[in-house]
Design a binder for this molecule. Sequence first.
Ligand code: GRF
Length: 212
Amino acid sequence: ILISGRGSNMRALFEATLPAKIVAVVSNNPTAPGLEYAREQDTETRVINHRDFADRNAFDAALASEVDSFAPDLVVLAGFMRILTEAFVLRFAGRILNIHPSLLPAFPGVNTHQRALDEGVRLHGCTVHFVTTALDHGPIVIQAAVPVLPEDDEKTLAARVLEQEHHIFPLAVRWFLDDRISLHDGKVRIDSTLHFPDAVISPNHLSPDDQS
Ligand code: GRF
């Protein structure tokens, strides 16, 4: 699991008792509060501080070899706030999942909640997607929507979305570990026997043929 800060999504993954071992938590930020929690779980932690590197390529190369040293089946970006280079993404192609706090493709990038408020959208939410070389545009696994209320500010809206992040991220990771999601022509195919919680909009790309 790669983190940069608080680590509440990482924590949701620890608490989900997944059919996998979380082999390591790696942060680019030495003071990320999430590192402490990971240590308390007796999980290996590593810091690869991006400030120690001359450029993005050098940082990513160091990050990739650290991640590789744990031979993970899946790399999970849980609030990891650095843009990854193509070299990193291709090295772990098809096995990097990210959580993004908007209903992609709306509001890629940062400050998603304030931008949603500024645009006056009535629905906002979060997305778990496979990471590709296109920032915040990888194939979508699952999304959860929340209403935007008239009295919302950035903080209240972020909290409502975060609650859903903690539901759908462990779900998506579990599906990956159970081989219940796969990539086909740049889209995610999901095992049709899966149950979708009410808040979840996905799978918008399942056709009757896919479900057979
Ligand atoms: C989450 O909103 C996540 O979607 C975004 O950054 C935030 C990280 O929060 N990428 P946390 O560190 O998981 O608490």
